[in-house]
Design a protein around this ligand. Structure first.
Ligand code: ZN
Length: 239
């Protein structure tokens, strides 16, 4: 009983500290500035597929082959430490004409303990990616979508746009809910300008790969074109 009380006290203190140290950005305030993007409403039938937490020596090449087969382009939000580990896979992604985005150096979840570490994580990954794509579009996706004003300002100062995802296109593919579940989710929710959240790293992504085999031909038949996030951003109306 005594230990339970102590645990509750400790958790409460952590929560209070977490709230005091950083506050999440507010979509309604930030979206009109264009510094953070969730999706790009447009008349054009374009969709941006995004793959987080790679590169993976197993799944990334399979995804690249499928994208090639359907003449589709995508954006890979890579983890800097994994880019260092799999430079040849990273090169394959870039050579195939896809965007590489910054998804921090080691993928920490810092929403409770402040965002200071994330600034270092962003910067370290920035230096890694610069070696591969010095003139490419600068896109940053924070792990879990957690970002505060200070981190946003830091990221913007390096010329980055923060790219989150369409809330109706969070497939939760990382939880392996079933190939058909992932595919149905994307197909039934598809709208022009969507940014779809998928994963090529961080675990067994067999279902993601299999779901892509369903999604790509069906949406293509419906007239959708799969574009990189940097291309999708060109469809934004001027603010
Ligand atoms: Zn991630």
């Amino acid at each position: 009983m005594k230990y339970l009380y102590l645990r509750i006290l400790l958790i409460s203190l952590l929560l209070i500290n977490g709230n005091a140290s950083a506050e999440m950005i507010k979509r309604r305030e930030v979206e009109p500035t264009g510094k953070v993007v969730w999706e790009v409403p447009t008349q054009n039938k374009v969709i941006a597929l995004t793959f987080d937490d790679g590169p993976s020596p197993i799944y990334t090449p399979q995804i690249l082959a499928l994208l090639r087969q359907y003449n589709a382009h995508a954006t890979f939000f890579t983890i800097g430490s994994r880019v260092n580990r799999y430079p040849h896979i990273t090169q394959q992604v870039i050579q195939a004409g896809h965007d590489i985005g910054n998804h921090t150096m080691t993928h920490p979840y810092e929403n409770r303990n402040g965002f200071d570490r994330l600034r270092t994580e962003f910067l370290n990954a920035h230096h890694v990616l610069q070696q591969y794509q010095p003139n490419q579009p600068k896109l940053f996706r924070p792990p879990g979508g957690y970002i505060d004003d200070a981190l946003l300002a830091e990221v913007n100062s390096y010329g980055y746009t923060v790219v989150l995802w369409s809330y109706h296109q969070d497939t939760r593919d990382w939880s392996s809910p079933g190939v058909q579940v992932i595919a149905n989710h994307i197909i039934s929710h598809a709208r022009n300008g969507d940014i779809v959240l998928l994963h090529d790293g961080g675990g067994n992504r067999t279902q993601t790969v299999e779901a892509l085999k369903i999604i790509l031909p069906i949406l293509q038949k419906q007239g959708y074109e799969f574009v990189r996030v940097s291309e999708l951003l060109r469809y934004r109306s001027v603010h």
